[in-house]
Design a protein around this ligand. Structure first.
Ligand code: 0O2
Length: 227
């Protein structure tokens, strides 16, 4: 009798409307959280736009070439949760996945990357959670970039909420390499032997591109000295 009651309660056939209602109930907290991340992206983007504007006025320089931002797709979030064994709820997503809000700052020169990162971190509403310097220590693939996970407040109607944002700083050359390597890495029909050769070639390209970055930076320094 009890089992029959439980079955009726939990496994009863849902009507189409009930089903949709259940999906909406589950989607609401997720959509709300994603909207908070969108606000956090706007906050951090504005900080960089302000810095670039100030540099343009004060020094006639634009250290930032481009700002790109993205919200991690539900599919990528799910994959990462499965990989890390994180339970499927919004609190766990917020606690364990730190790159849902992602901003990429493309700078002209390596020197500008560290300058921009320092200026961001010295703002009193920005807290550094984690820093990975793949410029000082490139990844085995050749990948170079400075990654910061920062926490910034967003101001809602009745609440101030800290949100995590991942900021990736790259030069144009670093971004060029990473974008192409990312595209090539997802070609699935390549045999392992060829893949190994290609990985070596790609690492070599990364080194050449880093060399180019350093030469351009040296030229810039010579021009500055002449002023
Ligand atoms: P997407 O699509 O870019 O968002 P974690 O994120 O902390 O769980 P991990 O591996 O410690 O995992 O993070 P890491 O290496 O600090 O940064 C991961 C992100 O850096 C990647 O995001 C890429 O954007 C970039 N990245 C890292 N290594 C490489 C590389 O070898 N080549 C390229 N092209 N990009 C790289 P995701 O998560 O892959 O996804």
């Amino acid at each position: 009798m009890i089992i029959k009651h439980l079955k009726e309660h939990f496994f009863k056939e849902l009507t189409k409307e009930e089903h949709l209602e259940k999906i909406k109930e589950g989607a609401l907290p997720y959509n709300r959280l994603m909207s908070y991340y969108k606000c956090a992206i706007m906050e951090v983007e504005t900080k960089f736009k302000v810095l670039n504007e100030q540099f343009s006025l004060k020094y006639d320089e634009n250290p930032i070439e481009t700002i790109k931002s993205r919200l991690k797709s539900p599919d990528s979030i799910m994959k990462k949760m499965k990989k890390k064994g994180i339970p499927m709820n919004t609190d766990a997503i917020e606690e364990h996945i730190t790159d849902i809000a992602g901003i990429r700052i493309i700078c002209s020169f390596e020197e500008d990357i560290y300058k921009m990162a320092k200026l961001l971190l010295q703002q009193d509403d920005v807290t550094l959670i984690e820093q990975k310097d793949y410029i000082a220590s490139p990844k085995e693939s050749g990948y170079r970039s400075l990654h910061l996970i920062v926490e910034v407040p967003i101001f809602l109607e009745d609440e101030k909420r800290p949100m995590k944002v991942e900021v990736q700083f790259r030069t144009i050359a670093m971004d060029f390499w990473a974008s192409l390597e990312h595209k090539l890495r997802y070609k699935k029909d390549i045999n392992p032997e060829l893949m190994e050769q290609l990985a070596k070639d790609l690492t070599e390209c990364a080194e050449q591109s880093a060399d180019l970055d350093h030469r351009m930076e040296a030229i810039r320094k010579r021009i500055k000295k002449k002023k």
